[in-house]
Structure formats: structure tokens, C-alpha cells
Design a protein around this ligand. Structure first.
Ligand code: XLS
Ligand code: NI
Ligand code: NI
Length: 438
């Protein structure tokens, strides 16, 4: 029997809204059907290995604080094995079906690239066994192309061609690992793909290189027969001053410009949306409107702090709006809701990881149920439909159908004169309407 790392914590159960037990779900009931689908299948929740198992709470000013019993061991590889065991124990107790990880979250680097891969292979074997034992699956894998100094100028956008080559070799391996583990997806987050200063940067060349890299990813996927979905994760800044994949619209333009759009979807992260000056729902809505909404990194920022604070989601208003868009888009297929979030530096106990996830899952469960109720009543939907109803016939329908150009519009307006009177957008009424369901 393997060592138990989260001692004193059993399986987290659904106890209903009246429960006072902090380590029980009050709203997230995995079996409960909402719009004909179980909550578990709506969300496909995932635990992020890098935050929950690896990060000790260090910040720019201070050392790690968290108590992490799995980080003890006689050598690096024993610690790596313990991390995997801790991850699966955590997911099992929490009742989450998926996890996500970077190659380097799982295994340390060796002296050479081959040694690094051998270490990774050894740990991947253990991960596969744990998947088999628990039925827990890989939502997506990824490669860490931002931590090591070799990537200081970027990876796919480095001025150093060897760094690009190394990144390619590393992603090739990470994609193979994702395939071995039956991963449902693979994420490319441009960790250092951007610039600090344009004085030393050839932007056009870097963008072309990034596109070359993405085409290699697509080719490799085909070569090795990886069937998971590829995702790009937008983020506007941090660590570089300006990241190329700055928001959903920038990613979409990049994918179209370089003929990649059919191969990728987006992994939208809440805190990245707000850093980009958008709401979380805006990014989801833009991706959905363009058919590239794939998966979500769920977290939140802080209104008063301008960086990726990666806090656990607690805002019911925000999860309601997000779920309205996700439900409208038909929900997740390969994607899911990955908690790319860490506990506060002062939340040091292993139990805090459970409190954080339980609270966040309940927050999304409430958002889901509220969004479903709003959709069932149909008031919001019919308001929007009505608002655009003049496009359903007459000149509106002709414009949409591409039947008229400026000449016809000029003739129309000369005959008609002033447009039909505008109607109120009723913003405050709709805001109050949403609140009446919360
Ligand atoms: C960092 C990103 C990162 C990706 C995975 O801000 O959110 O955690 O999700 O590399
Ligand atoms: Ni993320
Ligand atoms: Ni992030």
C-alpha cells in the first residue's frame, strides 16, 4: 500500500446546499443532470499538476511556504514518483476525472536531452499505471518551454535557431508522451514567445518562425498518430512584455494568416482574458463565434493587481456568464475546465488544496445551474432575438444574404429617409434580470 499524502482527508462527497462541512460539495453533484447532461460531463474538471502538486508558494519576495509531504525522497526521481502518486491520490479523493501537466512538472532534466527523455519515460510509465488503476485521464499535456535559461529569448520565436531546434525536439517528445497516455489534447502556451524590446526584435521573422513551429506540430501529430485536439492558449504579457498570442482575436488572426485554423482550437484562461483587457466571457464568446472554443483554464485575477495571480474562481456572477456562453456553444468535447490556479502563499496545508478546488467546483456548479435556468426561461435569448429581428426580413435580410451593395443601399435610403427609430438596449434591466436568477 502506497504512502497516503493527504492524511485525514477522505473522498469528497456531495452533501447538498445545507451542508456545513467545508470539505463537501454543496452544489457540485457529479451525477446530477443539467440540460440532459451530468455535471461531471459538463465540466470535465482537471487538476493542474504544476500548481497543485509542484508549486510551493514562492513569490518574487519569498521562499516556498507550503507543507508538501510528497516532496520528500532520497533523490529527484523518488520525489518525481511521489509527486505522481500525490497527484492521483488528490484527483481521486476530489473526484476529478482529469489532470494536466507539463513534461517538466513530472520529471527533472538530466545532463543530456536523451537522459532527460529517459527520466520522463520512467515517470510516464508510473503515470500510465496510475491512470489504469484510477481511471483518471489526461485532459491535455504540454511542454515547459519557458523555465530553462536556454529559452531566455523564447523558444519557437528565439533569435537562437538552436533554441528553436531544442524546443522542437522537446515538443515532439511531449506530444509522444501525450499520445502514450491517451491525452485528449495538447496545449501550446507561448511561455516566452514575445518580446521585451522591439529595439532588438525582428517581429516579422519571429512570427514566421512561430508559424513554422506550429506547422511542425501539426505534421508531427499526423506522423505519430496522436488523436488529441491541439490548443493554443492566449495570454497578452508575462513573462514577456508583449506575447504574440495576446488574445483570442490575435490567435485567430495568426492561425488564419498561416493556414493553421483547421488544426487548432483555443484554451481560454480567465486571468489571461482580464490581463488582455477583456472579460473572460468576451474571450469565450469570440472563440465560440469563430468555432475555435476548445478548453478552459479556470482561475481569476485580482481587480487591484495587474498580473496573472491565478487565484481559484469564487465569483458566481462570472461563472454564470461563462457558462451561458459555454452552454450556447454546445459545451466541451475534447476540452474541459482545468484549474490553472494556486492557493494563497499563506494557505500552507495540504487540506487547503481541497478547500480551493471544492469551492471552485461549487462556484462553477452554481454558475451552470443559474445559466441553465436563464436559458430555460428564454428571456435573455428572446430579448436578443427581438433586438435583431429587423434583420429577418426586408433590407436586413437582403444585406445578410449578400443581395445588395452600396448602390442599392443608397437607393433604399433615398426612398426611406431616416432609419426606423432605435429602441432601448435595456442594459440595466438585463443586469437586474441576471441577478434575479442568482
Ligand atoms: C501561464 C499559463 C500556463 C499554461 C500551461 O500563465 O497559464 O500555466 O496553462 O503552460
Ligand atoms: Ni493556463
Ligand atoms: Ni496563466
Amino acid at each position: 500500500m502506497a504512502e497516503e499524502f493527504f492524511q485525514g482527508i477522505g473522498k469528497i462527497e456531495y452533501e447538498g446546499p445545507d451542508s456545513k462541512n467545508p470539505l463537501a460539495f454543496k452544489r457540485y453533484n457529479p451525477e446530477e443532470l443539467v440540460e440532459g447532461k451530468s455535471m461531471a460531463n459538463h465540466f470535465r474538471f482537471a487538476v493542474a499538476m504544476w500548481h497543485t502538486i509542484c508549486s510551493g508558494g514562492a513569490d518574487m519576495f519569498g521562499a516556498p511556504t507550503r507543507v508538501m509531504p510528497w516532496l520528500t525522497g532520497s533523490d529527484e526521481m523518488e520525489i518525481a514518483r511521489n509527486k505522481v502518486l500525490a497527484l492521483f491520490e488528490f484527483c481521486q479523493k476530489l473526484g476529478v476525472q482529469f489532470y494536466c501537466f507539463h513534461d517538466r512538472d513530472a520529471a527533472p532534466e538530466g545532463e543530456t536531452f536523451e537522459e532527460t527523455n529517459a527520466k520522463l519515460d520512467e515517470i510516464v510509465k508510473l503515470i500510465a499505471e496510475q491512470q489504469e488503476r484510477t481511471g483518471i485521464k489526461l485532459l491535455w499535456g504540454t511542454a515547459c518551454l519557458f523555465n530553462h535559461p536556454r529559452f531566455m529569448h523564447g523558444a519557437a520565436t528565439s533569435c537562437n535557431a538552436d533554441a528553436f531546434a531544442y524546443a522542437g525536439a522537446q515538443v515532439a517528445k511531449a506530444m509522444e508522451v501525450a499520445k502514450t497516455l491517451g491525452g485528449q489534447g495538447y496545449v501550446l502556451w507561448g511561455g516566452r514567445e514575445g518580446y521585451k524590446s522591439l529595439l532588438n526584435t525582428d517581429m516579422k521573422r519571429e512570427l514566421d518562425h512561430l508559424a513554422r513551429f506550429m506547422h511542425m506540430v501539426v505534421d508531427w501529430k499526423k506522423n505519430i498518430g496522436f488523436e488529441g485536439q491541439l490548443y493554443i492558449e492566449p495570454k497578452p504579457m508575462e513573462p514577456t512584455k508583449h506575447q504574440y498570442d495576446s488574445d483570442a482575436a490575435a490567435c485567430y488572426a495568426f492561425l488564419q494568416r498561416y493556414d493553421l485554423v483547421e488544426h487548432f482550437k483555443l484554451n481560454i484562461e480567465s486571468n489571461h482574458a482580464t490581463l488582455a483587457g477583456h472579460t473572460f466571457q468576451h474571450e469565450l464568446e469570440f472563440a465560440a463565434a469563430n468555432g475555435i472554443l476548445g478548453s478552459v483554464d479556470a482561475n481569476r485575477g485580482d481587480l487591484l493587481l495587474g498580473w496573472d495571480t491565478d487565484q481559484f474562481p469564487t465569483d458566481i456572477y462570472e461563472t454564470t456568464l461563462a457558462m451561458l456562453t459555454i452552454l450556447k456553444a454546445g459545451g466541451f468535447t475534447t476540452g474541459g475546465l482545468n484549474f490553472d490556479a494556486h492557493v494563497a502563499r499563506e494557505s500552507i496545508d495540504p487540506a487547503d488544496l481541497f478547500h480551493a478546488h471544492v469551492g471552485a467546483m461549487d462556484t462553477f456548479a452554481r454558475g451552470l445551474k443559474i445559466a441553465a435556468a436563464i436559458r430555460e426561461d428564454g428571456v435573455l435569448d428572446s430579448f436578443i432575438k427581438q433586438r435583431y429581428s429587423n434583420w429577418d426580413s426586408g433590407i436586413g435580410a437582403d444585406i445578410e444574404a449578400g443581395k445588395v451593395g452600396f448602390a442599392e443601399l443608397s437607393k433604399y435610403i433615398i426612398e426611406k429617409g431616416e432609419p426606423a427609430a432605435n429602441e432601448s438596449g435595456r442594459v440595466e434591466m438585463l443586469e437586474a434580470l441576471i441577478n434575479s436568477y442568482i
